[in-house]
Design a protein around this ligand. Structure first.
Ligand code: ZN
Length: 162
């Protein structure tokens, strides 16, 4: 990223999941937004992700089953597009990208993020993929504000009269 140590506040988990009941990520995001006043939140996935690969195959993985359930949901939401891809590598790569997009959506659904957004216009949400094959960071160019407007009636937490 070309940044110095301490310039990025990082939270990591398996398959870059933003799960609404995960206290850890909620605390991290609240702290980042309210106290550190971060202007950008980046969801960064990576190609060849083992978690994403697991969601492409039916298998019982114990504790990982519930963790990867949201990833299987991404697969369900984008079933039509994913089923149209015949090349297995392309399918794997696309699910990595769609997972990043859906997790960006999940960030926007978080109350701390929405509160800050309405107050300051920040944070901006970005979706990136780290290509482990080339060492490059790829910006997926997602327009999350625009995407949120399309689902706002469902996920907006702002009371109508405020
Ligand atoms: Zn991974």
């Amino acid at each position: 990223m070309g940044l110095n140590p301490g310039e990025v506040f990082i939270h990591r988990n398996i398959a870059n999941q933003v799960i609404p009941t995960d206290n850890n990520i909620n605390a991290v995001i609240q702290y980042a937004v309210e106290h550190l006043k971060v202007k950008h939140i980046i969801i960064c996935g990576h190609y060849e992700c083992g978690g994403v690969k697991a969601a492409l195959n039916p298998s019982d993985m114990g504790q990982l089953n519930s963790w990867l359930q949201t990833l299987r949901d991404v697969r369900r939401i984008h079933k039509a597009e994913l089923e149209s891809i015949t090349d297995q590598q392309q399918l794997f790569d696309r699910l990595v990208e769609l997972n990043v997009r859906e997790q960006c959506m999940n960030v926007i659904k978080i109350d701390h993020v929405q509160r800050s957004w309405y107050k300051t216009g920040f944070p901006t949400i970005h979706g990136w993929v780290f290509d482990v094959r080339t060492g490059k960071l790829i910006d997926l160019g997602l327009k999350m504000e625009q995407e949120f407007m399309e689902i706002r009636e469902i996920y907006d937490l702002k009371p109508l009269n405020s």
